[in-house]
Design a binder for this molecule. Structure first.
Ligand SMILES: NC(=O)c1ccc[n+]([C@@H]2O[C@H](COP(=O)([O-])OP(=O)(O)OC[C@H]3O[C@@H](n4cnc5c(N)ncnc54)[C@H](O)[C@@H]3O)[C@@H](O)[C@H]2O)c1
Length: 254
């Protein structure tokens, strides 16, 4: 084994790739030599992210609403066709609807968050695993959960946290299922990272109080989440599966 990341010319998909953390993950993969499909419901922002990557002509911007699970297979097949190989799925796309009181949560709030965050994750992971099996080289699935999977969530995020808890248990089940095919499934649990999602629906005072609970004394920069994604996609992580990696500046310790 070489001690480089070994990601040169690998085909990777980054969903939520136009978001705060996703764009840093896309940039990191591109810098490591991978070919990146940036997938996001925000088509124009995906194109901007790709235009800003190293050697943009090697990458792809794809606008897709992942809540529509009927499009998943074709989306991943397109990536495989364009890049000639598909090796890793980093799945970050998610929505958070903060509601100060549980009394304010509507059925639509529930459905939107569970559909995008949990249901789409299952069907996208399964579609990726089918293509990995077809290529016969194994593969990497990296899902994004949140510390809310463990804590139940702060700041009006009970439903979001339930969806993120589902991602952890589902990823463990998929890890066990896909392991014989050399496909690993892991989740990353960020603490507070300074993005639109983290700030949405939160006052500056609430945020400051939240940050005080973090031993590191600050939110993560979005790029501080990129290294662990690349590691889990690399050859060095070939024997890690079913893990939930805590990246929270000590906010929670497990
Ligand atoms: N920022 C944090 O503090 C934090 C903490 C814990 C977990 N996370 C997780 O990290 C991941 C990235 O979060 P972020 O902070 O970068 O959020 P973000 O809101 O900046 O990015 C999320 C991206 O997902 C896209 N998206 C939403 N719904 C979609 C859909 N239906 N189809 C396709 N794309 C869709 C959005 O357009 C957006 O670009 C998420 O899974 C989030 O739950 C973030």
């Amino acid at each position: 084994m070489t001690w480089s990341l070994g990601l040169e010319d690998r085909g990777v998909v980054v969903t939520g790739g136009a978001g705060g953390i996703g764009r840093e993950v896309a940039a990191a993969f591109a810098a490591a030599g991978a070919r990146v499909a940036v997938v996001d419901v925000e088509q124009e922002r995906s194109a901007e992210v790709v235009a800003g990557l190293e050697r943009p002509e090697r990458h792809l911007a794809i606008g897709a609403d992942l809540a529509d699970i009927s499009g998943h297979e074709a989306l991943l097949r397109r990536v495989l066709d364009e890049f000639g190989r598909f090796d890793a799925l980093a799945h970050l796309a998610a929505v958070l609807r903060r509601r100060a009181s549980v009394e304010d949560i509507t059925e639509e709030d529930w459905d939107v968050q569970l559909d995008v965050n949990l249901k789409a994750t299952f069907f996208l992971d399964r579609a990726a695993a089918r293509l990995f099996r077809e290529q016969g080289r194994g593969g990497r699935i990296i899902n994004f959960t949140s510390q809310g999977w463990w804590s139940g969530g702060f700041g009006g995020s009970v439903v979001y946290s339930a969806s993120k808890g589902g991602i952890v248990s589902m990823s463990r089940g998929l890890a066990r299922t896909f392991a014989p095919d050399g496909i690993t499934v892991n989740t990353i649990a960020p603490g507070a990272a300074d993005t639109e999602m983290m700030r949405s629906g939160s006052s500056d005072e609430d945020l400051a109080a939240f940050v005080q609970m973090i031993p590191a004394g600050r939110m993560a920069r979005p790029d501080e989440l990129a290294g662990i994604v690349l590691f889990l996609a690399s050859d060095h992580a070939s024997y890690i599966t079913g893990a939930t990696v805590n990246v929270s500046g000590g906010q929670l310790m497990y």
